[in-house]
Design a protein around this ligand. Structure first.
Ligand SMILES: CC(C)(COP(=O)(O)OP(=O)(O)OC[C@H]1O[C@@H](n2cnc3c(N)ncnc32)[C@H](O)[C@@H]1OP(=O)(O)O)[C@@H](O)C(=O)NCCC(=O)NCCS
Length: 279
């Protein structure tokens, strides 16, 4: 038995947000403290500490209202990798979700995918993180928040495209300082929020690629600074437009589900995910 099998898995609380931020920042990720808070308060966030009590690994299980839940924030600090820690943490998250009859789903980095295929996860689709690099300070110049009737439509559009309802997450995004949402009647919407390194645009939901492109144009026109947007690879017109605007692909992810290759929801209406940690 290796040393890492003897290290207890602990449940993280809001007191661990800064330790979590240290892990996500080390990996170069974009999460802010509010993202960790959401996982800790709305899901079950777990971790492993070294002998000095330093958090060296994390993972979170986030139940959604539907048939699946998300596994996010799978992070192991560099000098503790390849000892089975991520596998143990993801196994625990899978058990948490399955005890609620939810299929575990996640968005995998290239490193993560190597771990998850061993655990029975199958790819459903792939998406690219497009990045617009800019030295301007991150800002959204026109903040809009949908009024309650529009918010209900937004939540329904998100649920139809994503495949599960997640009102707490959408409300959390919209309540954050600097977040903005634009809507296209009851047909679609696009949200942008602040991240650690860049503004994160997404989700973007629409009934056609042309409609999604219009939403993205309107949304991105209100932003300054570096922006990330995670777009499924099937949307080639959007990819071509982003490329024309100076966006480049930073990396790619795979949406994976335990034992299931068919996507949830309606992939024809999903033009940008909320972020790989939330789906
Ligand atoms: C991905 C990550 C969480 C893996 O953590 P880990 O604790 O090293 O993973 P494990 O030790 O449980 O790996 C289990 C198995 O997965 C495979 N694996 C893991 N990392 C791998 C890599 N970089 N290359 C090839 N195979 C790999 C191996 O089969 C490994 O078993 P082995 O070491 O006995 O061959 C870690 O590399 C990390 O934090 N990376 C940066 C953040 C990230 O990408 N997180 C994933 C988000 S989806």
């Amino acid at each position: 038995m290796g040393i890492s099998e003897n290290m207890p898995i602990v449940r993280l609380t809001v007191k661990d947000i800064q330790a979590g931020m240290a892990l996500s920042t080390e990996a170069g990720w974009n999460q802010v403290a509010d993202d960790w808070k959401h996982f800790i308060e709305r899901g079950e966030t777990i971790g492993v500490c070294d002998a000095d009590g330093r958090l060296i690994a994390s993972a979170a299980a986030l139940p959604y209202d539907g048939s699946f839940g998300f596994v996010g924030m799978v992070l192991v600090t560099a000098d503790w990798r390849r000892r089975g820690i991520a596998t143990r943490l993801v196994d625990r998250c899978m058990a948490i979700l399955r005890s609620r009859n939810l299929t575990p789903v996640l968005d995998a980095t290239a490193d993560g995918e190597k771990v998850y295929v061993n655990q029975g996860f199958q790819p459903q689709f792939r998406f690219d993180r497009w990045q617009r690099e800019s030295s301007d300070i991150q800002s959204v110049v026109e903040i809009t928040t949908p009024e309650p009737a529009r918010l209900d439509a937004l939540l329904s559009c998100d649920a139809e495209a994503f495949g599960a309802r997640r009102p707490a997450l959408m409300r959390d995004f919209l309540a954050r300082d600097g977040s903005s949402a634009i809507t296209d009647g009851a047909d679609g919407f696009a949200i942008v929020r602040r991240g650690r390194r860049a503004l994160q645009a997404g989700p973007v939901v629409a009934t056609s690629e042309t409609g999604a492109l219009e939403l993205m144009k309107r949304l991105l026109a209100t932003t300054r600074g570096t922006v990330f947007i995670d777009v499924p690879q099937i949307w080639s017109k959007i990819g071509a437009w982003l490329s024309d605007q100076g966006f480049t692909i930073q990396r790619s992810f795979a949406r994976m589900a335990l034992g299931r290759s068919e996507a949830f929801g309606n992939p024809k209406h999903l033009f940008s995910v909320a972020g790989p940690e939330f789906g």
